[in-house]
Design a protein around this ligand. Structure first.
Ligand code: FMN
Length: 185
């Protein structure tokens, strides 16, 4: 059976167009994130959101590793997802905090695809630096940097970066991660 196009249409581009993301569409991404399920409805996600031209954009951009800076410079919006690892007033860690933050980002991705927007997440950034420059309380952990925008023209990027958009997208077969009898590694 074919999966829904909201899932199959999504992919991570390296070229974004200069077209800014409309505020309404940007807000809808986080509204979608807001409705994600979470353990005990703790909603442990937080997002820093930085449209290009604002004060926060260069702060987030500077945290990126150079390999990501090369293409992420084209993104009209950068965001950083963060997980609240320890709920307010508690000592024990919420072991689902990262899981739930990823769920919120998955909702954001679906809304982006539905709005004609594209998203490329990045783990290649200085997470310790993010904690410092954003003054994050210790119970927060930065998760993924997120580039958001409309599809751009890859020919405006160096060819070795642009060519990444031509790479064949692959995934493991279900047989490697779905088990009905016993676990297999
Ligand atoms: C948590 C996370 C971290 C990632 N880090 C990077 C990164 O630092 N640089 C990059 O170019 N892509 C990064 N990616 C994008 C993945 O490489 C990409 O999602 C994967 O290859 C599958 O391709 P697709 O998104 O087009 O389906 C990251 C994705 C996720 C979810």
């Amino acid at each position: 059976m074919k999966i829904h196009h909201i899932i199959s249409d999504r992919w991570s581009p390296v070229a974004f167009s200069g077209k800014p993301v409309e505020q309404e569409k940007l807000d809808a991404l986080f509204e979608a994130a807001r409705w994600a399920p979470s353990s005990f409805n703790a909603q442990p996600w937080k997002f820093m959101v930085a449209p290009k031209g604002g004060n926060l954009y260069p702060v987030l951009f500077e945290l990126l590793f150079d390999t990501n800076k090369q293409w992420a410079i084209t993104a009209p919006v950068l965001a950083l997802s963060m997980a609240e690892m320890v709920p307010p007033g508690r000592i024990k860690e919420n072991r689902f905090a990262f899981h739930d933050t990823g769920m919120a980002v998955a909702n954001l991705l679906a809304q982006a695809t539905a709005s004609g927007l594209m998203v490329h997440q990045m783990g290649g950034y200085d997470a310790e630096g993010a904690k410092k420059v954003l003054n994050l309380p210790v119970r927060y952990e930065p998760a993924a940097m997120i580039a958001i925008g409309y599809k751009g023209d890859p020919s405006e990027l160096p060819s070795e970066i642009a060519s990444r958009e031509k790479n064949v997208r692959t995934r493991l077969p279900l047989s490697e991660f779905v088990f009905t009898r016993k676990f297999s590694d």
